[in-house]
Design a protein around this ligand. Sequence first.
Ligand code: ZN
Length: 233
Amino acid sequence: MKNIRNMDVEWGYTGERGPENWHTLCDWFSTGAKYPYQSPINLSKDLINGVSENREINFCYKTEEFTEKEFKNTFHFIPPNTESYVVFEEEKYYLTDIHFHTPSEHTFDGEHCPVEFHLVHMNNSGDNLVVGCLFTITKEENKFSKKKAAFVWNTQTHQQWFDPSIFLPEQKSHFHYLGSLTTPPTKGPVHWFVFDTVQKLDSDFFQRIDEGMLPFNNRPVQPLNGRKIYFSE
Ligand SMILES: [Zn+2]
């Protein structure tokens, strides 16, 4: 095991550099994997043991610029000006990255969805809060489709302007639990909020971001290890 903290350590989703072996690839990954509450997990209303009203999250998102980037095995939208944020327990967490996994990383009652978007946030202390949004893919008219014009791709540049609220469902009921990053270094704690509503993603939109990506990039579900799962209506 090399004693390096290096963003360039290669990892993937199969074989020697796959999820089962991430913790062996470097000390940084090894340390992250020691956090007992790992993500993703299976979510089920049968498992809820912490129904609570103060697990609310408030979205203060606005239309801003995003840069398209492909790295670390997925497609990312990065907002260089980080103007959008959420408020959780009176703390502001700024949106720093949007990316996706296929199939979904979280499961509902043991079932994957075709796609899961992660809206990654960070507060001024460097703590992460991630919002998970699960989708099926459709050719029917949907909020991402051209007719709706809520998301218009600029094909000339790798800059896009949109309101990240487009990824959120109208119905804001959600699971909340403490977990980790789902990619190396898989460190925690990370506040996770996963909407229980499965939304519809436009098939053309999906093809655009999925082109050239791995056939799958989901970390398998992790043990609960006795942690609480909250659900807010
Ligand atoms: Zn992710």
